[in-house]
Design a protein around this ligand. Structure first.
Ligand code: PLP
Length: 392
């Protein structure tokens, strides 16, 4: 027989989907409305304007019924043509997956390779762009926050590399696990397509994704020849809501209206500061656990630490999935697993979205407890280190 889930609140510490605030949950439980109804249009346009404020753009936003993969695909098929080269900056599993998607669409994949524990060197990005004197590279793809490795890549520095080399490629940024959690500035950083999803910093159920699109990208769109139908931006512009070729997931917009209200009530800058504070506590705990032979922060470059997810590398020979099973089955705590080649070697603590100190401390205490009962070597006192970080 299957063991019963332990009683008490299910603790969810995955890096997306994330915890949904009760008021957002309730808002999504809205009765069905006609998406052409003027009362819905008001909610819809309010959401689009709010999303633009979170993306920090005044340009275009197109939305899709689908998860982040849909917005990834939309950003490729709307901007590029068969045989175009795309330069993907390596950061982990998600940068690789986006690159593989590009190859399946017949694009020429070029990468700036990187050690997953450190991320790309900006000098290598500049060199790759400078070497492309024929400007075969039509787009540069960067995952702002790599959810698999817990490391960020500075999008502004990628913009600077494009500018310094006078390279005209479009800049595509995946903000799926950074939007509403880390500082992201679409217009200021000259991002041409910003890919986002509902289920992380926006604290919504999965199922809505979107792309912020620059004027420059709209001009590239007019020339793009990759096949597309549902994602075709020019066709969307003919629709009353300037998005969505099909049925609009109205209930998600009632939720989005509430989540944007929560973000603006707290203030975006304060939301980001909260993520930074809580992330610091998680890292303090992991660094305490490390000792000589304990688990370690997977990211080795402090300037690249992610404030929305921490990937933790198990001690040599340790099984991250066995530890996650103990956390879930005995203590009802769900942690993220290692992705791709990091499977079994890494577990991930998500700290983005609707989160506060008690939730972080509960998670850290339970991870420490799970390590203790599983015999994972670690130095005790991670929770104490997190308390110190939070009190400071
Ligand atoms: N990009 C990043 C950085 C992600 O974290 C994820 C999912 O976690 C994706 C892309 C893919 O998004 P989805 O799973 O919503 O399709």
């Amino acid at each position: 027989p299957k063991p019963a889930r332990p009683r008490g609140r299910h603790f969810f510490a995955n890096p997306g989907p994330t915890n949904i605030p009760d008021s957002v949950l309730l808002a999504t439980a809205h009765h069905t409305v006609d998406f052409n109804d003027p009362s819905f249009a008001e909610v819809y346009w309010g959401c689009v304007e709010g999303l633009k404020r979170v993306l920090r753009t005044t340009q275009h936003v197109f939305l899709y019924t689908g998860s982040g993969h849909a917005a990834w695909e939309a950003s490729l098929v709307n901007l590029l043509s068969p045989g175009d080269a795309i330069l993907i900056l390596e950061s982990g599993h998600f940068s690789q997956s986006w690159g593989r998607m590009a190859q399946e669409f017949g694009l020429e994949l070029r990468t700036v390779p990187a050690d997953w524990r450190r991320g790309v060197e900006m000098e290598a990005v500049r060199a790759a762009l400078a070497a492309d004197t024929a400007h075969a590279i039509k787009a540069v793809g960067v995952v702002h926050n790599e959810t698999s490795t817990g490391l960020t890549t500075p999008v502004a520095a990628v913009r600077a590399a494009l500018d310094a080399t006078g390279h005209p490629a479009l800049l595509l940024a995946d903000t799926i696990s950074s939007l509403g959690s880390l500082d992201f500035r679409m217009d200021e950083w000259g991002v041409d397509a910003a890919v986002g999803g509902s289920q992380k910093g926006l604290m919504l159920p999965t199922g809505l994704s979107f792309t912020g699109v620059s004027e420059k990208a709209m001009r590239a769109h007019a020339e793009s020849r990759l096949p597309k139908h549902y994602f075709r931006w020019s066709a969307m512009l003919q629709r009353p809501l300037k998005s969505f070729l099909g049925t609009v997931p109205t209930s998600l917009f009632y939720g989005l209206q509430e989540s944007l209200r929560l973000i603006e009530e707290e203030g975006l800058d304060k939301v980001l500061a909260r993520h930074s504070r809580l992330a610091g506590a998680v890292r303090a705990a992991v660094q305490r656990w490390s000792g000589n032979d304990g688990p370690q922060l997977f990211c080795l470059d402090p300037s690249r630490y992610s404030d929305s997810v921490t990937a933790v590398l198990m001690p040599e020979g340790g099984d991250a999935d066995a530890l996650r099973r103990v956390a879930l089955q005995r203590f009802n705590l769900s942690l993220g697993g290692g992705l791709g080649p990091l499977g079994g070697r890494v577990f991930r603590i998500g700290h983005l979205g609707d989160l506060n100190e008690p939730m972080i401390l509960g998670t850290l205490a339970t991870v420490e407890l799970a390590m203790r009962v599983s015999g994972v070597p670690h130095r005790a006192g991670g929770v104490e280190a997190a308390l110190d970080a939070l009190a400071a």
